[in-house]
Design a protein around this ligand. Structure first.
Ligand code: F6R
Length: 639
């Protein structure tokens, strides 16, 4: 939060406001929209809103719905135009933007159906062009868009204006970029189902709006947002055209703002209030810039890279180097549960009690071993009382053909053994599932029985992984948090029962250490919701006496690692330990080769985990610390 104080924005060519989280930023945007709607109402006029879909605007819509329900905000004078729709796409399909808009907004407010406009994905090809022209005309005829909200794709697209789009482009049919299609797999189950085309408003259509909010939530958007906000205006980054708009604002959360210069290297854009965290960040950055280990950095290196005032404040490069080197050195420990009977003043964990009760929370059934398998094994080897709690069933991430194999196995086994011969109930159920799986359409959510089979498959794999790490079955817990059980990638918001299940297991075990996935920068994903449930549970239990001894360590999911300067515990892994970790990940057979949700990374999970752990070790080595095969990293959550 300290970084929010930096006011140096000289490189930002789109006015940018950074919020602690997506929620705060979204509420602000929704209130801005509500104010404009009310003003127009007072003047007896309509207002035209340009709307987006995707994960970015969800919390804006949630707040607008709340304002409608609780603060009588009416949408009777609101006319909307959506940015885009896949082509081809039927309105009822799960992935359709028509359905998205109804589920998140339109069905919960008093907007007139005739005031809703969304590009039509059902048109025959030859009618698309005239539809697009009419869409433009209609926007103009209604006085143009008053407020446009936008998300940004990782290609830099706004709407579906992919790299290479012209500034003069208007509503039209476009081809989707390969990266955009890969990002859409989460909604379409597999790549073959993702449409190749879409109908989208053009850059000019968007730029004609009177006011624009560009939203960016999450670390995965940080790179492209930096280019759009600080880089040159280029068709290669279509969002950079927004730099030429007279009334645009970018709203980002901390994760999305990470690559902006005022966060990444604030010393390059102004004077800093130096504190230990920022000094560490600067020294790690400098060491990387000049490709030298920390203890070899000279005053000249500092002076030549915008860090002269740091040297002035600390008198010598030598003092700064030692200070930061020691700090990083003290993060390294082979004793993640604390080293018994050792002086722990500079160790990341307490020595006492020497045998700790530990809960590892795993959002999906394989995050424990992917993200902290080596540490998991060490904690067990070092005789701590380790429990693992799988937060969600993970049932949507199982291939249909794998589920079919299991159902057929059950069917044949049941028949061969003559089980349930008389009533035939089981056989009827198997037949129903087999028929369903063989005829399933891409836009269908699984029936309850199939979801159950898929969940059980993942449960078995998780159990095998945890047993491999040395746990007894009574230390393996399945929470099946309800928010996850929608049968599709779009999840429900966190609810009371989600927090309650976490409260119950914490109360039962009263742990000294809790490990959780800390993907703070992922505002809507399952990991973030799972963390919110844990934080909610900690808040409820904060008065309990055992909570004073309970430390929360955060690991990062499969995608990113903590920045080096933010790591507070680095657990080295030997080559053998890395191999054991790989074997634990191998237990998750349904996720091997090509899981249904591979994200934008072709590598298997064990490869990603090893590459990441090796990269962390390599960074420590390059900074001049000891050389290890691999390192798992953690950060402590302080309440
Ligand atoms: C959606 C749209 C897209 C998204 C962008 C970001 O109507 O036009 O440009 O805004 O792909 O998607 P999310 O918000 O899901 O990351």
């Amino acid at each position: 939060m300290e970084y929010l104080k930096y006011q140096f924005k000289s490189l930002e060519k789109i006015p940018t406001k950074v919020w602690p989280g997506a929620r705060e930023g979204s509420i602000h945007i929704a209130r801005g929209i509500a104010l404009a709607i009310r003003q127009k109402q007072q003047e007896g006029e309509h207002i035209v809103l340009g709307l987006a879909t995707g994960s970015s605007p969800i919390q804006v819509y949630q707040e607008l719905v709340r304002l409608h329900r609780e603060e009588s905000l009416s949408f009777s004078n609101v006319i909307t135009f959506n940015l885009d729709e896949y082509y081809p796409m039927t309105p009822g399909a799960q992935q359709s933007y028509v359905r998205f808009m109804h589920e998140y907004l339109f069905d919960h407010i008093d907007i007139k159906p005739e005031n809703i406009h969304i590009p039509d994905g059902t048109l025959p090809l030859e009618e698309v062009e005239s539809f697009c022209k009419a869409y433009e005309k209609k926007i103009d005829a209604l006085g143009g868009i008053d407020i446009q909200i936008l998300g940004i794709g990782r290609t830099g697209h706004i709407g579906f204006n992919e790299p290479g789009s012209f500034e003069t482009s208007e509503t039209r049919m476009v081809r989707l970029d390969a990266l955009t299609r890969r990002d859409a797999i989460k909604d379409f189950l597999n790549e073959e189902n993702v449409p190749y085309r879409a109908i989208t408003m053009g850059i000019r259509t968007i730029m004609k709006a009177r006011a624009i909010y560009l939203m960016g939530w999450g670390q995965h958007k940080a790179g492209v947002l930096q280019k759009a906000i600080e880089g040159p205006v280029l068709p290669l980054i279509p969002a950079s055209f927004l730099q030429n708009h007279p009334n645009v604002k970018a709203y980002l959360d901390l994760g999305a703002a990470e690559e902006l210069t005022r966060f990444k290297s604030p010393w390059l854009v102004g004077l800093c209030n130096w504190n230990d965290d920022l000094i560490c960040k600067a020294v790690v950055w400098l060491s990387k810039e000049v490709k030298k280990p920390i203890l070899k950095l000279t005053s000249e290196d500092y002076n030549e890279h915008g860090l002269s005032d740091l040297v002035v404040e600390y008198a010598s490069a030598y003092d700064i180097n030692i200070k930061v080197f020691n700090r990083l050195q003290h993060t390294i420990t082979g004793w993640p549960g604390g080293k018994p009977h050792a002086d722990d003043t500079t160790r990341p964990e307490r020595a006492k009690p020497s045998k700790k009760r530990v809960i590892i929370f795993s959002p999906h059934p394989d995050d424990d071993v992917i993200s902290m398998g080596g540490t998991f094994l060490r904690l067990v080897d070092q005789k701590h009382d380790v429990h693992v709690a799988y937060q969600t069933s993970g049932n949507i991430a199982v291939h249909d053909h794998d589920a079919l194999r299991f159902v057929e196995f059950l069917q044949e086994f049941t028949a061969a053994e003559g089980i349930c011969k008389d009533d035939g109930v089981a056989d009827k159920m198997y037949k129903k599932m087999i028929k369903y799986l063989q005829n399933k359409r891409p836009d269908q959510s699984d029936i309850a029985e199939v979801r159950r089979i898929k969940g059980l498959m993942r449960r078995g794999e998780a159990r095998a992984g945890a047993r491999f790490c040395g746990l007894d079955d009574d230390h393996i817990h399945f929470l099946d948090m309800p928010f996850y059980e929608t049968g599709r990638s779009r999840k429900n918001p966190i609810g009371e029962e989600d927090i309650e299940v976490v409260v119950r297991i914490l109360e039962e075990i009263k742990p000294h250490q809790v490990y959780a996935a800390g993907d703070l920068a992922d505002p809507h994903g399952t990991h973030r919701v799972c963390l919110d449930a844990i934080l909610g549970a900690f808040d409820r239990l904060k008065e309990q006496s055992w909570m004073k001894d309970c430390w929360l360590w955060l690991y990062r999911g499969a995608w990113h690692e903590w920045p080096i300067d933010e790591i507070e515990m680095a657990v080295p892994l030997s080559p053998e330990e890395l191999l054991r970790k790989r074997r634990a990940i191998f237990m998750h057979q349904s996720q091997k080769d090509r899981p249904p949700f591979p994200g934008n990374d072709e590598r298997e999970f064990w490869q990603r985990a090893e590459d990441r752990n090796r990269a962390t070790a390599e960074t420590y080595r390059a900074l001049g610390l000891a050389e290890y095969e691999a390192i798992e990293a953690f950060r402590r959550w302080k309440f």
